[in-house]
Write a protein that binds this ligand. Structure first.
Ligand SMILES: Nc1ncnc2c1ncn2[C@@H]1O[C@H](COP(=O)(O)OP(=O)(O)O)[C@@H](O)[C@H]1O
Ligand SMILES: [Mg+2]
Length: 225
């Protein structure tokens, strides 16, 4: 598998994987990199005109100015807001890691493959696998997103260990400020994590206007090297 790409995972759901993926896709695209976005399975989709609409995949497609179909980005969509594995089960469908990997691989040689998982690294994704299994199957370096709150150090270190134990490279960690509030001055996850990890750690500011958020150039270089 090509190493021209990244697998975006998180310490949990709602920590900013899609936000980060959008910032990254926009930054790469503005630097002339062709981005191939993939969110192979998405649960919690709303119905519009009798069709399930995957919000994350739609945001990724838009951010990457991707000319392919939304169904290339995300062919497997489920209504229930639960893990993709359970959502598929409730919809009486069976999804395998292989099917999800095929979605990611198709067209991946056309550019930089940007894959967003669902939930956290060990969240169930398919009938026979977790996010970690898809990441392993793809063999891409991993970008870990965590919410920059008290408690993040533990979550990041556990996820980092899991990524390493799966034989994958943790390329960088993003401490994402999901909410607008400030943490107490005494808390600095960035400072504390720095000596505990052997990869780069960045903070990503809260921003109500996602267009304002350009990814730092050195992080872009690191993710595309
Ligand atoms: N840095 C940020 N600034 C502003 N809003 C953010 C930021 N990161 C995440 N959000 C918001 O928080 C919510 C959850 O983020 P999202 O990227 O969807 O998480 P995930 O993909 O991990 O489930 C979304 O409404 C998103 O717009
Ligand atoms: Mg998401």
């Amino acid at each position: 598998m090509s190493d021209k790409g990244i697998f975006i995972t998180g310490t949990s759901t709602g920590v900013g994987k899609t936000h980060t993926a959008v910032v990254l896709a926009k930054s790469l695209t503005s630097h002339g990199v062709k981005v191939i976005p993939r969110k192979p399975v998405e649960s919690g989709c709303d119905f519009e005109n009798d069709q399930l609409i995957p919000a994350d995949a739609t945001a990724l497609k838009h951010a990457a100015s991707y000319e392919g179909l939304l169904s290339d980005v995300c062919p497997y969509r489920f209504r229930q807001c639960t893990s993709p594995r359970r959502a598929a089960f409730l919809a009486q469908q069976v999804l395998t890691t292989q099917q999800l990997a095929d979605v990611c691989r198709t067209g991946a040689d056309q550019g930089f493959l940007l894959v967003e998982g669902a939930g956290g690294f060990y969240s169930p994704l398919s009938e026979d696998g977790l996010n970690s299994d898809l990441a392993r199957e793809l063999g891409l370096p991993v970008l870990l997103v965590a919410q920059d709150v008290l408690g993040a150090i533990n979550q990041v270190l556990l996820s980092a260990e899991a990524i390493k134990n799966n034989g994958l490279e943790l390329r960088a960690v993003i401490l994402n400020q999901v909410k607008g509030y400030d943490m107490p001055d005494s808390v600095s996850n960035l400072e504390e994590l720095h000596p505990l990890l052997d990869c780069a750690v960045y903070t990503q500011p809260h921003s109500d206007n996602i267009g304002d958020n350009d990814m730092p150039a050195d992080l872009i270089d690191l993710l595309t090297k």
